[in-house]
Ligand binder design. Structure first.
Ligand code: NAD
Length: 493
């Protein structure tokens, strides 16, 4: 026991971390089929155009999913209009708030079930869905419940009135949380909604529809239709939709903006990103290593605000990358239902192809590639080990384009001006992080970074009271906080 450190037997990290499995034990029955929730009823949808929903960690089919066509979308919009003009539009804000509180409480009560559904559907580790996605979704409903009877105080001297029927289209990376970001402020403001989950992650929205029934939300206030891009386009293009709220990729955001150009529709766009971490030599380095890893690897890089670029001061770059590698080599990849798992599965075969194609592009661009983990991924399923790219430059595609996978590109800087220039040299502007031990520098650099959200000595920190959103090709409009209410309100004098 008292051997000098150099005489102690050294375990390889992988051996030291050969943990016993710790599978989530709660049992949840998955639905065989996911349909639509229209006018307060769960309906199976048409027999045609059904598609399989695949578990990304095993490639097994979880269930089938219905595709809503224009007629079904039309029924959902009609139900939303009826509720907007009727029961929901005429209800007091205080009473609307009570429904939001009930939804929040029910999400908490069913937290374990929702976390399991999300993990099976999305492939992200149960630790994340249990400790972040589900509680944060509940927190958004709690937060906006408090606003429902205070709409006349959103902007002094103005009265807050609902916009009407909102068409909301969301991605697969935070399915329940994105639904909460969309629904909670819209409902608090007195609007009604037609929501479309992403085609590869319909399960938690389906469970949410059951929750809406359980809390007896009046029929038509929220409608959920499933399907892929054509269903999304039918919602966005429906003439009786007053507001479009989209979260997804920048290319699809552009298509939607073209589609609704010239119409009376309002819009908010939460699009892609290429977040930068700027790490100065005087930064708290262990904290920065954790922040960088949390910012890109813990959700397989499936985060719009992922810190996918590391811009590190040249004097510490090699040492910092070595620290990163050491920590990454301790991360466990595999079964997302195991509580020991750090890195889950890539959400779909298609996304796996995209990530792998960028890794190939990095090779062709001459990058030095390093991949690590504590263990080998399972044979079945869609996996990418955390990947570091060094020897890259600002002009490389892997530094400029959104990969949406666990791939971190590393570039260096010598002066603060160079760091800011490199961080801002992007068509996106969603998120950025700065790491330094000098507070004056933190403030100076944070102000100089062109991004909707900037974290200082931290990353991926969220609070329902705090607005989130992008600039440039990362979109416009904010979700969260009082700013998240503005797009859902007509502010009258
Ligand atoms: P995606 O753009 O492919 O799809 C998003 C949603 O749009 C899906 O529901 C899809 O079915 C639907 N859709 C596709 N084509 C459509 C069309 N023509 N009209 C209407 N709807 C259509 O994005 P994705 O792959 O699901 O998600 C990943 C992207 O989302 C990344 O770019 C990520 O950065 C972005 N994202 C942004 C934020 C943010 O807050 N800014 C948050 C999460 C994800």
């Amino acid at each position: 026991m008292n051997d000098a450190p150099e005489q102690r037997p050294r375990l390889k990290i992988a051996d030291a971390l050969d943990l016993a499995p710790a599978p989530e034990r709660a049992q949840v029955t998955l639905p065989d089929h996911v349909g639509h929730y229209i006018g307060g009823s769960l309906v199976p949808g048409r027999d045609e155009d059904r598609f399989d929903n695949v578990d990304p960690a095993t490639e097994a089919v979880l269930n089938t999913v219905a595709t809503a066509n224009e007629a079904e979308v039309g029924r959902a919009v009609k139900a939303a209009r009826k509720a907007a003009d009727g029961v929901w539009g005429q209800m007091s804000g205080a009473d609307r708030g009570k429904y939001l509180y009930r939804i929040a409480r029910r999400i908490q009560e069913k937290g374990r079930e929702l976390a399991i559904l999300e993990t099976r559907d999305n492939g992200k580790p149960i630790r994340e869905t249990r400790d972040f996605d589900v509680p944060t979704a509940a927190a958004h409903f709690f937060y906006y419940a408090g606003w429902a009877d205070k709409l006349d105080y959103v902007m002094p001297g103005r009265r807050g009135r609902p916009v009407g029927v909102c068409g909301q289209v969301i991605p697969w990376n935070f399915p329940l949380l994105m639904a909460a970001w969309k629904l909670a402020p819209a409902l608090a403001a007195g609007n009604t909604c037609v929501l479309k989950p992403a085609e590869s992650t319909p399960l938690t929205a389906w469970a949410l529809a059951e929750i809406l029934q359980e809390v007896e939300l009046p029929p038509g206030v929220v409608n959920i239709v499933n399907g892929a891009g054509a269903t999304g386009a039918a919602i966005v293009g429906h003439e009786d939709v007053d507001k479009v709220a989209f979260t997804g990729s920048t290319p699809v955001g552009r298509i939607i903006m073209r589609q609704i150009a010239g119409s009376k529709k309002r819009a908010t766009m939460e699009l892609g990103g290429k977040g930068a971490h700027v790490v100065f030599a005087d930064a708290p380095l262990d904290q920065a290593v954790e922040g960088v890893i949390n910012g890109i690897f813990f959700n397989q890089g499936h985060v719009c605000c992922a810190g996918s670029r590391l811009i590190v001061e040249e004097s510490i770059a090699d040492a910092f990358v070595e620290r990163l590698k050491l920590r990454i080599a301790s991360l466990r990849i595999g079964d997302p239902m195991d509580k020991n798992t750090d890195i889950g599965a890539i959400n779909s075969k298609e996304q796996l192809g995209t990530v792998n194609s960028y890794i190939e592009i990095a090779r062709q661009e001459g990058a030095t590639l390093w991949q690590g983990c504590a263990n080998e991924p399972p044979e079945k399923g869609y996996w990418v080990k955390p990947t570091l790219l060094t020897g890259v430059s600002q002009t490389n595609r892997v530094v400029r384009e959104e990969i949406f996978g666990p791939v971190l590109a590393v570039v260096t800087f010598r002066t603060p001006e160079e760091a800011v220039k490199k961080a801002n040299d992007s068509e996106f502007g969603l998120s950025a992080g700065v790491w330094s031990g000098n507070e004056a520098r933190l403030f100076e650099i944070a102000h100089a970074l062109n991004a909707g959200v900037v974290w200082a000595n931290g990353y991926n920190l969220f609070d329902p009271a705090s607005p989130f959103g992008g600039i440039r090709h990362s979109g416009f409009g904010r979700e969260g906080g009082i700013h998240g209410l503005y797009p859902y309100l007509r502010l009258e004098a």
